[in-house]
Write a protein that binds this ligand. Structure first.
Ligand code: NAP
Length: 285
C-alpha cells in the first residue's frame, strides 16, 4: 500500500513557518503583510474559496481585505480597483478570484495586476519568469506539489515525470517546476494517444485533468509517486480526485489523497507568496 503524502499536515508546517516570520517582522516594528482579494459575482464555490483564504490569512497574521463586487461589475470598475490596489503601499498581494462573471474580462484584469503583487502568478510576466527559471513567486498549486515532494524526500532530479493536463494554472507550470528541478518531463493532454504508455513510465505522476478515475492502478509504475490535483464530485457527491485511489495506492509508493493532498498545499503557498511580496515591498532580502 502506498504511503500517503499528507498535504494537510505539510500545509500546517508551511503556515506555521509563515506565521512565525510574520510575527517576527511585526515584533521588529514592521507593518502587517496584507492580501487583497477581489470577489466579483456570486459563484458559491468562489465564495467558499475566498472565505477560506481570509481564514488562512487570519491564522498566520496576514491582514486580508475582500472586495465583494456585484455580478454586473464592468471591466473598467475591476481595472480601476486593481489600479487602486496596485498603487496602495499597504497592499502586498492582489488576487482576483476566478471565474469572473464575464470570462472575457479575465485576461485583461489579471494582466493589470503588478507582477510584484501577483500572488497567484497568473500574469504573463510571472509565467515568463517561471519559464526562464527565474520566478519572483511560484504558482500556488505547482509550488505546493513540489513542497510536498520535498517534504517526503522524494527526489525529482533525474526522475521521469509525467504531467497529465496542460492548463496555464496547473499542468504547464507544474511541468516547468519539475523541469527546473531537473526532472525529465512529459506533458500529456486530451489528444495524447495511449495515455497509459506515458503514465506507466513515470516515477512522478501528476494528474491535473478534472475527470474522476481517469488514472487507474494499471496506469501507474510500481513505486511511483502519484500526485492527484483533480477536484471532482463523485457519484456519491463526495469530493474525489482524478486518480482511482484504491487501485493506484496498490501500485504506487506514494500518493496524495483528495481531499487532504494538494488542496491544502495550494492554500498554504498563497500565504508564502504574500509573504514574499511583502519582503519585496519592504526590501527584505
Ligand atoms: P483545465 O484547465 O480544465 O485543464 C484540464 C487539462 O486536462 C487540459 O489540459 C486537458 O487537455 C486535459 N485533459 C482533459 N481530458 C483529458 C484526457 N482524457 N486525457 C488527458 N488529458 C486530458 O483544468 P485545471 O484548471 O488544470 O484543473 C484540473 C483539475 O485540478 C480540476 O479538477 C481542478 O478543479 C483541479 N484543481 C485543483 C487545485 C488544488 O489546489 N487541488 C488547484 C487547481 C485546480 P487539453 O488541453 O487538450 O484540453
Amino acid at each position: 500500500m502506498a504511503a500517503v503524502l499528507d498535504g494537510k499536515a505539510t500545509a500546517v508546517k508551511v503556515k506555521n513557518s509563515v506565521a512565525s516570520k510574520v510575527a517576527d517582522y511585526i515584533a521588529h516594528g514592521g507593518r502587517v503583510p496584507s492580501l487583497a482579494v477581489i470577489l466579483a459575482g456570486e459563484n458559491p464555490a468562489s465564495q467558499v474559496y475566498v472565505r477560506n483564504k481570509k481564514k488562512d490569512c487570519e491564522e498566520v497574521g496576514i491582514f486580508s481585505s475582500v472586495y465583494v463586487l456585484p455580478s454586473d461589475t464592468s471591466k473598467k470598475e475591476l481595472l480601476d480597483l486593481v489600479s487602486f490596489l496596485n498603487s496602495d503601499p499597504e497592499t502586498d498581494g492582489i488576487l482576483c478570484q476566478l471565474p469572473l462573471p464575464r470570462r472575457e474580462d479575465e485576461n485583461e484584469v489579471l494582466e493589470a495586476i503588478l507582477p510584484d503583487k501577483d500572488v497567484d502568478c497568473f500574469h504573463p510576466y510571472s509565467a515568463g519568469r517561471l519559464f526562464q527559471g527565474n520566478p519572483l513567486m511560484l504558482p500556488c498549486t505547482p509550488a505546493g506539489i513540489i513542497r510536498l515532494l520535498d517534504e517526503y524526500g522524494i527526489q525529482i532530479e533525474g526522475k521521469r515525470c509525467c504531467v497529465v493536463g496542460r492548463s496555464n494554472i496547473v499542468g504547464k507550470p507544474a511541468a516547468m517546476l519539475l523541469l527546473s528541478r531537473s526532472g525529465t518531463v512529459t506533458v500529456c493532454h486530451s489528444r495524447t494517444p495511449d495515455l497509459a504508455s506515458h503514465t506507466r513510465s513515470a516515477d512522478i505522476l501528476v494528474c491535473a485533468v478534472g475527470k474522476a478515475g481517469i488514472i487507474t492502478g494499471d496506469m501507474v509504475k510500481p513505486g511511483a509517486a502519484v500526485i492527484d490535483v483533480g477536484m471532482n464530485r463523485g457519484a456519491d457527491g463526495k469530493l474525489c480526485g482524478d486518480c482511482d485511489f484504491d487501485s493506484c495506492s496498490g501500485v504506487a509508493e506514494w500518493i496524495t489523497p483528495v481531499p487532504g493532498g494538494v488542496g491544502p498545499m495550494t492554500r498554504a503557498m498563497l500565504l508564502e507568496n504574500t509573504l514574499t511580496a511583502y519582503r519585496i515591498h519592504e526590501g527584505i532580502v
